[in-house]
Design a protein around this ligand. Structure first.
Ligand code: C2E
Ligand code: MG
Ligand code: MG
Length: 691
């Protein structure tokens, strides 16, 4: 109720009147004789008095019954409180009562005496005041129990009030927050927040968004914030800010879970197609910028449908799960393995050095899926067909890389499954050649395509044969003679050198035994052994077995092992070579000079002979370096009490140089090429018949 000046004001008391009309309630002023002197504008309306009733000089006694008729008075009963009031007023007593007027408003009606007589009759609307108080109490309750944190800050963002929940959210007692600026909780985590928020608050009056708060215990907490500015209605300047803060960690968690669900395959938990595509589109610009190669491998399981059809989806799913686990184990450090649905998986190799790296990984995948899968009582086999596409050569974007890897995968299926194919044709040619070689090699032994040649070795001074080296030959019925340099590394890689090596040893020993039986004087038989064979746990037993079945005396057998072969694992080599030595077998280090032998180790090996590699012999006449190495090797060998043989001696000059520098033995085309068994026997028997 706003005060309004009376329309009629006695001149004698202008000051009092001026003051009274400023009071925040309706009132009337009565003089000593209890006649109306002035009143506020809304009084007639408030008391529901007819127009014209309020006049100067009207006795109060006439007015009040009139008011009483239109109003319901509270302390009820028969007694008219207005009459009482008048009574008391006459006697100079203060009187007050509460009344409910016709419109339902509750008023405090009271008299206040004026000095010098007369009194003020005031009507204070309690309804509004009570409503204000109730509203205040309600506001406080809301503030206290609100499901959000609410913080009030002053114009410089210092906390002046914080409800209990805001304290709980931030992990502080609300009082601890007082006087801190709100930004001391936000800005350290996301610098720049203060600037962003203050700018928005000053421009638009509010800020709504999500950020993180630093809790008292140091944790970061995701929150949503709604901040609003409160301005002074008169000046328009900000006086306060209200901050609604809600803990959204649960929602974030749910969102993250949802994201995980939408981005991952439900069965295997691997990223799904969508996620992989997104990763690719992140990785490709990186690869482009750094000019790096990237490979996409599409893996499809061979004959997986058979498992599903025969044993049902439950078993099929379990196999897929195990496949996923094996793949995930291979690519532990990053999650670039995805399931594309069905039995199709995709792997991204973000940075590869060369296409061969992708091939190595593809091979690893083939190996990883080779072992059977056990599901319930079933032992199931599946194998992958893998297609490889390379960035940038096979495609510039994710879609074309995936498409081309897919094409390559179908190609892999077409050429025989359980293997991989590159999309690029050149690589395909190389890998299919290599594949072809592997396939043929696996049958070489059983189909009798392997034979042994024998190359005699001679004493340097007398050119008399002292030994013979068995050299493996592979004659393929279609491809003809394939040089050992091409196929032996492959046999080592795929492991069949173990089997082939055993065949070589047994056959060479048997051959020598037969020659001895046929009248050849005892000669040393040198057999090449690769590092892969040496590492075989039962290698010494295998050698002993070959000697036993052939009946060759151990001292006639010499094992040639390359320098790099023994150096792969020197300590282990020493043990094995010592056991061979104990059996009476002699040992030669082949291709000496090509590796990085540690002389300290060489001294520890129980070896008998060093074979100077033919690459040093080839240029020994012209290249002083080679000559120095060859001669140095001879001197070194002698100082270690080893004998020296030079291989690859093709010219008289080479022979003379080596002999003159103390080389003990010679092997090479100059004195004899590798010969077939029959030719070797004829050659050797002619020079070394048994006595
Ligand atoms: P290696 O053990 O150093 O054998 C000597 C190689 O030099 C043989 O080549 C031989 O034919 C060749 N050679 C001999 N004299 C001359 C010559 O005067 N001039 C030239 N240019 N070459 C000569 P091959 O038979 O091609 O064997 C190559 C390599 O294959 C061997 O080198 C050996 O490391 C490996 N190898 C051969 N047979 C076997 C085997 O049964 N087992 C294993 N593990 N490796 C074998
Ligand atoms: Mg050799
Ligand atoms: Mg050699």
């Amino acid at each position: 109720m706003s005060p309004s000046p009376s329309i009629n004001r006695p001149r004698a008391r202008p000051r009092i009147n001026a003051t009274l009309t400023e009071l925040p309630y309706e009132h009337a002023i009565l003089d000593r004789r209890l006649r109306l002197r002035s009143w506020t504008a809304q009084l007639a309306e408030l008391l529901q008095l007819p127009d014209g009733v309020l006049r100067i000089g009207v006795p109060c006694a006439d007015l009040l019954p009139l008011a009483a008729r239109f109003s319901v008075f509270m302390p009820g009963g028969d007694e008219d409180p207005f009459r009482q009031l008048l009574e008391q007023a006459r006697q100079g007593q203060i009187y007050a009562f509460e009344a409910t007027l016709a419109d339902g408003h509750v008023f405090d009606i009271r008299t206040t005496h004026l000095n010098g007589g007369g009194f003020v009759l005031s009507f204070t609307d309690l309804t509004t005041r009570r409503a204000h108080i109730e509203l205040g109490q309600l506001t406080l309750r809301v503030f206290t129990h609100a499901p959000d944190g609410i913080i009030f800050t002053d114009s410089s963002h210092r906390v002046i009030a914080a409800n209990p929940l805001s304290g709980q959210i931030i992990g502080f007692e609300p009082d601890d927050l007082l006087d801190c600026t709100i930004f001391s909780l936000v800005d350290p985590i996301h610098p720049g927040t203060e600037k962003k928020l203050t700018q928005s608050l000053s421009e638009t009056g509010f800020w709504i968004g999500e950020t993180e708060l630093r809790r008292k215990n140091g944790d970061n907490l995701p929150v949503s914030i709604q901040a609003s500015r409160i301005d002074d209605p008169l000046t328009g300047q900000p006086t306060h800010y209200v901050w609604h803060i809600a803990d959204i960690s649960e929602r974030r968690h749910a969102e993250a879970e949802m994201r995980h669900i939408t981005r991952h395959d439900a069965l295997t938990g691997l990223p799904n197609r969508k996620t992989l595509a997104a990763r690719l589109s992140e990785l490709l610009p990186e690869a482009r910028r750094h000019q790096q190669r990237l490979a996409v491998l599409v893996i499809d399981l061979d004959h997986f449908k058979l498992i599903n059809d025969a044993l049902g989806h439950r078993i099929g799913d379990e196999v897929l799960l195990q496949v996923a686990q094996r793949l995930a184990r291979l690519f532990r450090d990053n999650d670039y393995v995805a399931r594309f649905g069905g039995d199709e998986f995709v792997v991204i190799l973000p940075v590869i050095g060369s296409p061969a790296d992708a091939a190595t990984v593809a091979k690893k995948i083939v190996d990883a899926l080779a072992a059977p899968f056990t599901v319930e009582e079933h032992e199931l086999h599946t194998s992958p067909s893998i297609g490889i596409a390379l960035f940038p050569s096979d495609g510039d974007d994710g879609d074309s890389l995936l498409k081309n890897a897919d094409t390559a995968m179908y190609h892999a299926k077409a050429v025989g499954r359980n293997d991989f194919q590159f999309f690029a044709s050149e690589m395909n040619r190389l890998t299919s050649e290599r594949l072809d070689l592997e396939k043929k090699l696996r049958h070489a032994l059983s189909r009798g395509e392997l034979t042994l040649d024998y190359q005699p070795q001679f004493a340097a001074d007398a050119c008399q044969p002292v030994g013979v080296e068995a050299l493996l030959r592979w004659r393929h019925p279609v491809d003809g003679l394939i040089p050992p340099g091409r196929f032996i590394p492959v046999t080592e890689e795929i492991g069949i050198i173990v089997e082939i090596g055993e065949w070589v040893l047994i056959n060479a020993c048997r051959q020598m035994r037969r020659w001895l039986d046929d009248g050849l004087a005892p000669l040393r038989l040198a057999v090449n052994v690769s590092a892969r064979q040496l590492r075989q746990r039962d290698f010494c037993e295998m050698v002993a077995g070959a000697l036993a079945v052939s009946g060759l005396p151990p001292e006639l057998l010499e094992i040639e092992i390359t320098e790099s072969g023994v150096m792969e694992n020197p300590q282990e080599s020493i043990d094995i070579l010592q056991r061979l030595c104990a059996m009476g077998v002699t040992l030669a280090i082949d291709d000496f000079g090509t590796g990085y032998s540690s002389l300290a180790y060489l001294k520890l090996f129980p070896i008998d002979r060093l074979k100077i590699d033919r690459s040093f012999v080839a240029d020994i006449e012209h290249d002083l370096n080679d000559r120095a190495i060859a001669c140095g090797a001879i001197a070194l060998a002698h100082s270690l009490n080893l004998r020296v043989i030079a291989e690859g001696v093709e010219t008289e000059e080479q022979y003379r140089l080596l002999r003159d520098n103390g080389c003990d033995e010679i092997q090479g085309y100059l004195l004899s090429k590798p010969l077939s068994a029959a030719d070797a026997f004829a050659f050797l028997h002619a020079r070394c018949p048994a006595r």
